[in-house]
Design a protein around this ligand. Structure first.
Ligand code: THU
Length: 181
């Protein structure tokens, strides 16, 4: 068991005054989050995401993505996976993250506890090459929150960097100022 610490962020708003009115650059205030995570679950999630990438249907981009979720409201805490499935219309393509989340949602679950993402073809690249797209970030946002913020979704991003297992983020760090309806 390891304790993951997501450090607090306390960045104030910044404003400038122009003749047309004030312009605000919103700051960010995120409380520190401590998450207990079992080693076996961590490796299980990352392995499942890596394996799921083998199921990707990516004849156009040749970019294979696997994702694995554990839902906070699933009493069995099962690992549910998805992969990106491309389509000849291009627009109907669905990312690996969304396929995993929608599969879990279709089983009746609504709150992500962990989401692991593995971009098999860019694992040695910078985080920008390995992290969820904007649409997926909004989908994660809609399923990210629990009653207790300590149980909010943790997003694990796979990497091939020697000695590093993954990067870990919460939704506030992945999608600052994300839309909430
Ligand atoms: N893709 C994902 O599956 N997840 C992401 O977050 C980024 C992009 C897929 C969509 C498409 O099949 C391919 O990767 C290239 O964009």
């Amino acid at each position: 068991m390891a304790t993951l610490i997501l450090p607090a962020l306390n960045q104030p708003d910044h404003e400038i005054t122009t003749p047309a009115g004030r312009i605000r650059v919103p700051g960010q205030r995120i409380a520190e989050k401590r998450v207990e995570i079992h080693d076996a679950l961590l490796t299980g999630l990352l392995d499942a995401a890596r394996s799921a990438a083998a199921g990707a249907h990516a004849p156009y981009s040749h970019f294979h993505v696997g994702a694995a979720v554990v839902m906070a409201d699933d009493p069995e805490q099962r690992i549910i996976t998805g992969a990106n499935i491309e389509n000849s219309s291009y627009g109907a393509t669905v990312c690996g993250e969304r396929n995993a989340i929608f599969q879990a949602a279709a089983l009746g679950f609504r709150r992500i506890r962990y989401l692991a993402v593995s971009t098999a073809d860019s694992l040695d690249g910078p985080i920008e090459d390995r992290s969820p797209c904007g649409i997926c970030r909004q989908v994660i946002n809609d399923f990210a929150r629990s009653e207790d913020a300590a149980d909010d979704a943790i997003i694990l991003i796979d990497t091939a960097e020697p000695g590093v297992l993954c990067e870990a983020l919460d939704i506030e760090r992945l999608l600052p100022h994300g839309f909430v309806f």
